[in-house]
Write a protein that binds this ligand. Sequence first.
Ligand code: 5AD
Ligand code: SF4
Length: 469
Amino acid sequence: MTQQTAKPSTDRIVATGPVPSTSSGTQRKRAFIKSYGCQMNVYDSERMAAALTAEGYEIADGPEGTDLVVLNTCHIREKAAEKVYSELGRLKPLREARAAEGGKLTLAVAGCVAQAEGAEIIARQPAVDVVVGPQAYHRLPAMVRAAEAGTRSVDTDFPAEDKFDHLAPDTRANRNPSAFLTVQEGCDKFCTFCVVPYTRGAEVSRPAARIIAEAEALVARGVREITLLGQNVNAWHGTPEPGMGAGLGGLIRRLARIEGLARIRYTTSHPRDMDEGLIAAHGEEAKLMPYLHLPVQAGADRILQAMNRGHTAASYIDLVAKIRAARPDLALSGDFIVGFPGETDAEFEDTLALVREITYAQAYSFKYSPRPGTPAATREDQVSEAVKSDRLTRLQALLAEQQSAFQRSKIGQRMAVLLEKPGRHAGQMVGRSPWLQPVHLAATPEQKGQILTVEITGAGSNSLSAIAV
Ligand code: 5AD
Ligand code: SF4
């Protein structure tokens, strides 16, 4: 492991070695974890929360009056590091106030900015005690204990062991009936715009046995829906269990045998890894929900090639047709980048044409943002901000139209809704449709976790309203 400190002297530690204990009397310590970015960070934050709970911390829902703040950062787009530094600046007065009371607020930076910036964070913001990359979270508790004893540390290693095997399992009570479960991390695709292969490292799949055990434990605690997570989730190639089919399709079919588990989803997928087994699972496995996030990024072959996507517009369109043949009610979601270096007006039109051809139920779209260290960032043919903004507005208008048409298409339909949490008004609960849409209906908090058949009575731009039937 890398252990560095701002002052390269006596305060080096071995975080896995013996460290001072924290038990400090009756008052429980409190920690706040702020999560940015993707669902993988949300899952990691939950696991860090569970590990800190096992250390005796209570998890707070804001930074005020806490003993530990962890910023679980994202580096995917614009000014990520700057945002982290401003957030740290905002936390400084809290830290000073805590010190004035004779306490200590430990500040930890986790996630992809921690990975990308490393010791630079401690050098630039001396209030930070711990910098921990996404593959080293199992070392967080020891690093925090060391920080409490006055030692700052940085760990951005990619260790050989699986961090999840070394993090306390999440056994906290009263959980949401829908849970995330990371099955794969990292990416070897090296799209030329993307930092993930550098911040999350190479593709690693967790073994099926561990995933099944974690899924069973979640279901035993009332979870009805599991979303399998990975930067490249459909590239999952972990050690299978005996008798299990290959790939993510095989894993999904195995997980579907867990009694009490009602719904399975997965995200995010790469078109190149949608294999036959997974497509067949969409047609045959009723617990696999008819919703797929399958980013295409752009619609022109020249741009797709410059992005190193490894597919063409036509091969993506064919693939979608195949998946829809297996599961006709499948709804698609996508990611798009406008203004990749060198993208011409005509090439942007190709993106619009592809969107019209596919029809998305939901999508995320972004202006290209040069990420330091990625091949596209140093290209000289960068597209101007004004052109990017204009393209983004046009693309988003088209996507919004498609999304609202999809929403409206559900009015009058009957569907199963998994009740997740209380709604904004008394006597109301919010659930999820099979297509991931929030659905508002009259129900009681005791019904959380139930799957009800409802009839859709109204559609907003992001959610539906319904009555139970
Ligand atoms: N600029 C803009 N968008 C990006 N994404 C990833 N890297 C960049 C970048 N440099 C988008 C992609 C990806 C999503 C998670 O973020 O669309 O699928
Ligand atoms: Fe990034 Fe491409 Fe890997 Fe997705 S597939 S994480 S966009 S490099």
